[in-house]
Design a binder for this molecule. Structure first.
Ligand SMILES: [Zn+2]
Length: 378
């Protein structure tokens, strides 16, 4: 069944035009909370952009404390700061990668709900799904600086709960950004590891949207387009970081894969990735992609049209060879390279079953299966 399609106003534009497009998207006279790290502000010369926004009549407040993989405590700290000042934002603009957009989504949905926020009330609002009931949210706008999460066109946000070793997910119909502007030049600032991790994240979203239980013809066509673009552009972006054609193609791949998995959600690879990120700090895209080949092999017999997906990698002599060639010289895509030991595999496997993800895999996996898959990639 086709899901309601993406309601986000999305543009892919060069730098100056992209900044102008975002200025035109924002509601007039906003009280605008900008989420962007200090290093991002310096790297992209955002001061002049903020001055332009003020010149447009917006009140601008910068919040620069953007951690990787934000936790319930990070969200509580941000919400408390807004309440204490008080700033009362009417719009949020997240400028950064997936973690920054997740913070923006969480803040947009939770700020109106929690008058006295702390970690427990943030956790409760997410776990008890109060945040997902229809309510007034702050308008969210995003300018991704990475190409891979697809978060700019999905309604979900990830918030981690390290105290209880869980990944929490906010999933509500109002979770979409109102507007997104992707500027390929901005993604050229990523180092090789981040380029690889985010590019492989987009590829994993595409491949999982292709074989998911909830797959449909639209998700599969979008997935094939996205996978083809990653296959061609990721090796080029790694070899020539300033290659704008390759960077633009990865931005498009991220968008297409985001639209594909917004139809289907993800499957076993993402489900297995969560404990790898939570327990071992493995970057999200690498944690998702490390089992891609093992999972694909097992899913092959359950998805009759799988030949179309594997043919994307024909020129590279298959997915395994492509992964080997693409990661060469950047890192080794193996669990042991991230400090995972054989003794930890049962614990990781036990935490790898996220509802809505693992049961969306076309072949059911037991905990023993997941342990074998992990061992294959140790
Ligand atoms: Zn992902």
């Amino acid at each position: 069944m086709l899901q309601p399609f993406c309601p986000v106003d999305v543009r892919v534009l060069p730098d100056e035009a992209g900044r102008q497009a975002m200025r035109a998207m924002l509601p007039p006279a906003s009280r605008l909370l900008v989420l962007a790290s200090r290093s991002r502000c310096a790297q992209l010369n955002l001061t002049s952009f903020f001055l332009a926004l003020q010149g447009d009549g917006h009140a601008v407040q910068l919040y620069a404390d953007i951690p990787a993989n934000p936790d319930v405590t990070d969200i509580a700290t941000l919400l408390t700061r807004l309440r204490e000042q008080p700033f009362e934002p009417t719009a949020i603009l997240a400028i950064g990668g997936g973690s920054c957009m997740d913070m923006g989504k969480a803040a947009a949905a939770l700020y109106p709900l929690l008058s006295k926020p702390d970690a427990q009330s943030v956790r409760d609002a997410i776990v008890q799904r109060a945040v997902e009931k229809p309510h007034l949210c702050v308008d969210l706008f995003v300018m991704p600086t990475t190409a891979g999460t697809g978060s700019e066109v999905t309604r979900w946000a990830t918030v981690w709960d390290s105290a209880s070793r869980r990944k929490l997910s906010i999933d509500h119909a109002q979770g979409f950004a109102k507007g997104a502007v992707l500027i390929p030049e901005w993604t050229a600032g990523m180092n090789a590891t981040l380029t690889l991790s985010t590019g492989l994240d987009a590829l994993t979203h595409a491949m999982e949207a292709f074989w998911a239980v909830k797959r449909n013809p639209l998700s599969q066509e979008l997935a094939l387009l996205a996978a083809g673009k990653v296959c061609s552009a990721l090796p080029r972006a790694l070899a020539e970081p300033g290659n704008m054609e390759a960077r633009s193609m990865l931005c498009m791949a991220s968008l297409l894969a985001g639209l594909a998995f917004s139809q289907t959600r993800t499957t076993a690879c993402h489900s297995i990735s969560y404990p790898l990120t939570l327990l071992k700090g493995m970057p999200h895209g690498l944690a998702a992609a490390v089992t891609l080949s093992s999972v694909m092999r097992r899913n092959m017999p359950a998805v009759p049209e799988m030949d179309r997906l594997s043919s994307v990698f024909d020129e590279a002599e298959g997915l395994d060879a492509w992964l080997m060639e693409t990661t060469r010289g950047v890192l080794e895509l193996r669990l042991s390279a991230f400090g995972v030991t054989e003794a930890e595999l049962p614990d990781i496997a036990a935490l790898a079953f996220t509802a809505g993800r693992m049961d969306n895999n076309p072949v059911p996996f037991t905990q023993a299966d997941v342990q074998t898959i992990l061992a294959e990639n140790l």
